[in-house]
Design a protein. Structure first.
Length: 247
Protein backbone atom coordinates (compact mmCIF):
# COMPACT_ATOMS: atom_id res chain seq x y z
CA UNK A 1 0.00 0.00 0.00
CA UNK A 2 1.13 3.54 -0.74
CA UNK A 3 0.26 5.85 2.17
CA UNK A 4 0.59 9.63 1.84
CA UNK A 5 1.08 11.58 5.07
CA UNK A 6 0.70 15.29 5.77
CA UNK A 7 3.98 15.98 7.61
CA UNK A 8 3.78 19.78 7.40
CA UNK A 9 4.29 20.07 11.18
CA UNK A 10 7.58 18.15 11.22
CA UNK A 11 9.93 21.12 11.62
CA UNK A 12 13.38 20.66 13.13
CA UNK A 13 13.70 22.14 16.64
CA UNK A 14 10.13 23.48 16.45
CA UNK A 15 8.03 20.45 17.32
CA UNK A 16 5.04 21.25 19.51
CA UNK A 17 1.93 19.24 20.34
CA UNK A 18 0.74 18.14 16.90
CA UNK A 19 4.30 18.03 15.61
CA UNK A 20 5.32 15.59 18.34
CA UNK A 21 2.15 13.57 17.74
CA UNK A 22 2.98 13.35 14.03
CA UNK A 23 6.59 12.45 14.78
CA UNK A 24 5.88 9.65 17.25
CA UNK A 25 2.95 8.06 15.39
CA UNK A 26 4.52 8.18 11.93
CA UNK A 27 7.89 6.95 13.17
CA UNK A 28 6.23 3.87 14.62
CA UNK A 29 4.03 3.25 11.58
CA UNK A 30 6.99 3.43 9.24
CA UNK A 31 9.18 1.14 11.30
CA UNK A 32 6.46 -1.38 12.12
CA UNK A 33 5.18 -1.64 8.54
CA UNK A 34 8.13 -2.00 6.15
CA UNK A 35 5.76 -3.65 3.66
CA UNK A 36 4.12 -0.26 2.94
CA UNK A 37 5.50 2.79 1.18
CA UNK A 38 5.03 6.12 2.96
CA UNK A 39 5.06 9.43 1.11
CA UNK A 40 5.72 12.37 3.42
CA UNK A 41 4.37 15.71 2.18
CA UNK A 42 6.38 18.65 3.52
CA UNK A 43 5.79 22.32 2.72
CA UNK A 44 9.44 23.37 3.14
CA UNK A 45 12.90 21.77 3.04
CA UNK A 46 12.89 18.91 5.54
CA UNK A 47 15.40 17.54 8.01
CA UNK A 48 16.77 14.06 7.30
CA UNK A 49 15.98 12.98 10.87
CA UNK A 50 12.31 12.85 9.83
CA UNK A 51 12.97 10.23 7.17
CA UNK A 52 12.53 7.31 9.51
CA UNK A 53 13.42 4.43 7.20
CA UNK A 54 13.98 3.35 3.62
CA UNK A 55 10.26 3.00 2.92
CA UNK A 56 9.73 6.78 3.26
CA UNK A 57 9.69 9.01 0.19
CA UNK A 58 9.93 12.72 1.14
CA UNK A 59 8.20 15.21 -1.15
CA UNK A 60 8.25 19.00 -0.77
CA UNK A 61 5.09 20.69 -2.02
CA UNK A 62 4.94 24.41 -2.65
CA UNK A 63 4.07 26.93 -1.41
CA UNK A 64 5.27 27.03 2.23
CA UNK A 65 1.87 27.12 3.90
CA UNK A 66 2.14 29.69 6.67
CA UNK A 67 -0.89 31.87 5.89
CA UNK A 68 -4.59 30.94 5.42
CA UNK A 69 -4.50 31.81 1.72
CA UNK A 70 -1.47 29.58 1.27
CA UNK A 71 -3.19 26.86 3.29
CA UNK A 72 -5.99 26.84 0.72
CA UNK A 73 -3.49 26.56 -2.13
CA UNK A 74 -1.52 23.80 -0.39
CA UNK A 75 -4.50 21.66 0.61
CA UNK A 76 -6.76 22.27 -2.37
CA UNK A 77 -4.24 22.40 -5.23
CA UNK A 78 -0.85 21.00 -4.21
CA UNK A 79 -2.15 18.03 -2.19
CA UNK A 80 -4.67 16.72 -4.79
CA UNK A 81 -2.04 16.97 -7.52
CA UNK A 82 0.55 15.12 -5.44
CA UNK A 83 -1.87 12.39 -4.39
CA UNK A 84 -2.70 11.77 -8.03
CA UNK A 85 0.93 11.98 -9.19
CA UNK A 86 2.23 9.50 -6.61
CA UNK A 87 -0.84 7.25 -6.87
CA UNK A 88 -1.50 7.21 -3.14
CA UNK A 89 -3.96 4.62 -1.88
CA UNK A 90 -4.69 6.53 1.34
CA UNK A 91 -4.10 10.06 2.59
CA UNK A 92 -3.53 10.54 6.33
CA UNK A 93 -3.55 14.04 7.82
CA UNK A 94 -2.71 14.22 11.54
CA UNK A 95 -3.29 17.96 12.06
CA UNK A 96 -7.04 18.46 11.67
CA UNK A 97 -6.92 19.56 8.01
CA UNK A 98 -7.50 17.65 4.80
CA UNK A 99 -8.31 18.39 1.16
CA UNK A 100 -11.83 18.97 -0.06
CA UNK A 101 -10.79 18.40 -3.68
CA UNK A 102 -8.76 15.23 -3.22
CA UNK A 103 -10.40 12.00 -4.35
CA UNK A 104 -8.10 9.74 -2.32
CA UNK A 105 -9.64 8.00 0.74
CA UNK A 106 -8.74 10.21 3.69
CA UNK A 107 -8.12 9.59 7.38
CA UNK A 108 -7.89 12.77 9.45
CA UNK A 109 -6.85 13.20 13.08
CA UNK A 110 -8.62 15.94 15.04
CA UNK A 111 -7.60 16.49 18.64
CA UNK A 112 -10.46 18.84 19.50
CA UNK A 113 -12.69 21.60 18.12
CA UNK A 114 -11.51 24.40 20.40
CA UNK A 115 -11.68 26.83 17.47
CA UNK A 116 -15.46 26.29 17.44
CA UNK A 117 -15.97 26.81 21.19
CA UNK A 118 -13.57 29.74 21.73
CA UNK A 119 -13.14 31.48 18.36
CA UNK A 120 -12.41 34.80 20.10
CA UNK A 121 -9.02 33.41 21.18
CA UNK A 122 -7.92 32.83 17.57
CA UNK A 123 -6.38 35.71 15.56
CA UNK A 124 -8.87 37.07 13.04
CA UNK A 125 -6.88 36.06 9.93
CA UNK A 126 -6.95 32.40 11.07
CA UNK A 127 -10.42 32.39 12.60
CA UNK A 128 -12.31 32.77 9.32
CA UNK A 129 -10.37 29.90 7.77
CA UNK A 130 -10.93 27.59 10.73
CA UNK A 131 -14.64 28.27 11.04
CA UNK A 132 -15.25 27.83 7.31
CA UNK A 133 -12.91 25.01 6.32
CA UNK A 134 -12.39 22.75 9.34
CA UNK A 135 -16.04 21.66 9.71
CA UNK A 136 -15.99 20.90 5.98
CA UNK A 137 -12.77 18.93 6.40
CA UNK A 138 -14.43 16.85 9.12
CA UNK A 139 -17.36 16.07 6.83
CA UNK A 140 -15.06 15.33 3.88
CA UNK A 141 -12.80 12.87 5.71
CA UNK A 142 -13.73 9.23 5.21
CA UNK A 143 -12.55 8.41 8.74
CA UNK A 144 -11.85 10.67 11.70
CA UNK A 145 -9.60 9.79 14.63
CA UNK A 146 -9.73 11.82 17.82
CA UNK A 147 -8.07 11.47 21.21
CA UNK A 148 -10.95 11.14 23.66
CA UNK A 149 -14.55 10.01 23.90
CA UNK A 150 -15.48 13.58 24.85
CA UNK A 151 -14.01 14.97 21.61
CA UNK A 152 -15.69 12.20 19.62
CA UNK A 153 -19.13 13.15 20.93
CA UNK A 154 -18.35 16.87 20.68
CA UNK A 155 -17.49 16.58 16.97
CA UNK A 156 -20.55 14.45 16.24
CA UNK A 157 -22.90 16.78 18.12
CA UNK A 158 -21.82 20.10 16.64
CA UNK A 159 -21.15 19.04 13.04
CA UNK A 160 -23.82 16.37 12.56
CA UNK A 161 -21.30 13.62 11.88
CA UNK A 162 -22.05 9.96 12.57
CA UNK A 163 -20.34 8.52 15.62
CA UNK A 164 -19.51 5.48 13.51
CA UNK A 165 -17.21 7.64 11.40
CA UNK A 166 -15.16 8.76 14.44
CA UNK A 167 -12.70 6.48 16.23
CA UNK A 168 -10.91 7.18 19.51
CA UNK A 169 -7.18 6.59 19.85
CA UNK A 170 -5.89 8.13 23.08
CA UNK A 171 -2.52 9.84 23.16
CA UNK A 172 0.29 7.89 24.76
CA UNK A 173 3.64 9.04 26.14
CA UNK A 174 7.20 8.87 24.90
CA UNK A 175 9.47 6.17 26.41
CA UNK A 176 11.33 8.84 28.39
CA UNK A 177 8.29 9.36 30.61
CA UNK A 178 8.65 6.59 33.17
CA UNK A 179 7.89 6.44 36.92
CA UNK A 180 10.85 7.43 39.09
CA UNK A 181 12.09 5.49 42.09
CA UNK A 182 12.02 7.18 45.51
CA UNK A 183 15.64 8.33 45.40
CA UNK A 184 15.09 9.97 42.01
CA UNK A 185 11.91 11.65 43.27
CA UNK A 186 13.73 13.03 46.30
CA UNK A 187 16.56 14.36 44.13
CA UNK A 188 14.08 16.13 41.86
CA UNK A 189 12.23 17.63 44.83
CA UNK A 190 15.50 18.91 46.24
CA UNK A 191 16.47 20.41 42.91
CA UNK A 192 13.22 22.25 42.20
CA UNK A 193 11.16 22.51 45.40
CA UNK A 194 13.53 22.45 48.37
CA UNK A 195 12.49 18.88 49.12
CA UNK A 196 8.74 19.58 49.11
CA UNK A 197 6.02 18.06 46.95
CA UNK A 198 5.13 20.15 43.91
CA UNK A 199 2.70 20.63 41.04
CA UNK A 200 3.92 20.61 37.43
CA UNK A 201 2.12 22.11 34.42
CA UNK A 202 3.26 20.91 31.00
CA UNK A 203 1.73 22.77 28.11
CA UNK A 204 1.84 25.88 25.98
CA UNK A 205 1.22 29.33 27.39
CA UNK A 206 -1.94 30.16 25.42
CA UNK A 207 -5.31 31.53 26.55
CA UNK A 208 -7.13 28.33 25.54
CA UNK A 209 -5.10 26.41 28.15
CA UNK A 210 -6.74 28.46 30.93
CA UNK A 211 -3.52 28.84 32.90
CA UNK A 212 -4.93 31.71 35.06
CA UNK A 213 -7.60 29.35 36.40
CA UNK A 214 -4.91 26.76 37.12
CA UNK A 215 -3.00 29.34 39.15
CA UNK A 216 -6.18 30.30 41.02
CA UNK A 217 -6.81 26.64 41.84
CA UNK A 218 -3.25 26.23 43.05
CA UNK A 219 -3.58 29.33 45.23
CA UNK A 220 -6.82 27.98 46.72
CA UNK A 221 -5.09 24.66 47.39
CA UNK A 222 -2.22 26.41 49.18
CA UNK A 223 -4.59 28.37 51.40
CA UNK A 224 -6.71 25.31 52.20
CA UNK A 225 -3.80 23.01 53.04
CA UNK A 226 -1.25 25.53 54.34
CA UNK A 227 1.51 23.65 52.55
CA UNK A 228 4.92 25.35 52.18
CA UNK A 229 5.06 27.98 49.47
CA UNK A 230 8.07 27.15 47.31
CA UNK A 231 8.61 28.93 44.01
CA UNK A 232 11.10 27.90 41.32
CA UNK A 233 11.99 31.36 40.07
CA UNK A 234 13.96 29.98 37.13
CA UNK A 235 10.89 28.13 35.85
CA UNK A 236 8.71 31.15 36.56
CA UNK A 237 10.99 33.44 34.53
CA UNK A 238 11.01 30.93 31.67
CA UNK A 239 7.21 30.72 31.68
CA UNK A 240 6.97 34.52 31.69
CA UNK A 241 9.35 34.77 28.72
CA UNK A 242 7.31 32.20 26.77
CA UNK A 243 4.09 34.00 27.63
CA UNK A 244 5.51 37.28 26.34
CA UNK A 245 6.54 35.68 23.06
CA UNK A 246 3.04 34.25 22.59
CA UNK A 247 1.32 37.64 22.83
Amino acid sequence: MRIAINTRFLIKNKLEGIGWFTYEVMRRLVQQHPEHEFIFFFDRPYDESFIFDENVRPVVLSPPARHPLLWIWWYEISIPRALKKYKADVFCSPNGHCSLRAKTPTLMVTHDIAYYHIPNLIPAKFRSYYLYFLPRHLRRADQIVTVSEYSRKDIAKHFNISLEKIAVACNSVRPEFQPLNEDEKNNIRQQYAEGEAYFLYVGSVHPRKNVPRLIQAFDAFKKATRTPKIVDWRALRLANQRSTRCL
